[in-house]
Design a protein. Sequence first.
Length: 415
Amino acid sequence: MSDVVSALDTLDLAIGRADGILDEADIKAAADVAALVRDRRGFLGDTLVVALAGGTGSGKSSLLNAIAGRQVAETGVLRPTTEEALAWIPDDPEPGLVELLDRLEIDARYEQHVLPKLAIIDLPDHDSIVLHHQQIVERLLPHVDAVIWVFDPQKYRDPIIHDQYISQLLEYQDQFLFVLNQIDLLGQHDLSELRADLISSLTEDGVSTPRVFDLAADPPNALPLNIEPFRAFLSKSLNGKAVAAGKMLGDVRRAGKQLREQAGLEKGAGVGFDERWPSVRASVVQAITEGLGFDDAVCRIGDFVTALSVETGGLFGTQLRDAYSYPVIEQHVTAALDESDLKPAARSERGRVGRALHKFWFGDDGPESPESIPAFARQLEDRIGNGLFEMLWERSVFGATLLQVEIEVRLAENR
Ligand SMILES: Nc1nc2c(ncn2[C@@H]2O[C@H](COP(=O)(O)OP(=O)(O)OP(=O)(O)O)[C@@H](O)[C@H]2O)c(=O)[nH]1
Ligand SMILES: [Mg+2]
């Protein structure tokens, strides 16, 4: 199971690993995409997450029960009925949704298979535990797709809701839906008047185009009224949510793909270092012990680094080249010879002067001690092989993380 959130988390992880592999501008471009997706209002997944808010007894829990078609939340005449927030969620919730509920400390979760991909959070009333409720709503808002403010005919002008909530949270107004509940208590004339009055009070709060549904979630001894249009609206929003989630996934995938291309990882991260390095190292040992010369030994490593640098390309290739330039390799090979007490054999084609110089620099060609050759090979491994491996490994991990992004996106698409 996977979702947009895990694909995005993995993209962020890859971005964090891109240092030294990609240049700053490329990293920033991907980070910008990730930030845009993350900052997107609403729940980052393909579940439509809505919260019910409003005054006590307005009918929040009854509305949830009416949408669910069965009793999920306790309703009642004794106020407040809902003391702790509860969530009605799909029976195979996406991980991001579970994490959201964990973060919001909403422990009461009721699984449903009535409306897959819809999650409804029923909040306790606002007026009995004002501060608590306000905190919940404010923490919730950036992470849910919509808040449904439920009003009843008696308290629809409740100043707390209008002044302390709606008009304070206008930046989220696109996510607001309004329900006028208990319309069974009103005649047709009263309903039109009251509806118009509710809309004008919401406009006074600063909501530019309030979307109001009037319904009766739980009329006594009768079936709910106007629930179907509301359910239909939610279903349409579900489709919209699927489109939005698809777009987010597309953005994450494109950012990951771009990073792979920029890092030259499209054909895979492997350059076969493990297979190639041992023979390079062996040929260096051979060059030293069989009289091909110190420079020849250095060149063998240099050529290998050049090949790796060309194959990996980009900033990484340059960094590899810089970290193991010819002078650096020379220093390492010299130190490896010193440490292992191995003297390069005199070059077979050298003349008298050459041999004298060789003797001056490296001393007499005595018989090698049996340990010096393996010790030299180990030194090469420690001084050059391990460092090259580490750099290439980091690049491979970066590549693997980007492949993971692609896998997460595909899993999320096929959920
Ligand atoms: N007449 C009528 N009564 C309703 C309707 N909807 C809910 N009620 C009644 O109103 C009372 C309160 O409903 P709840 O759903 O518990 O209200 P709530 O908003 O969840 O209340 P809290 O949990 O206290 O915040 C219950 O007795 C419901 O049966 C409706 O459409 N018409
Ligand atoms: Mg309730």
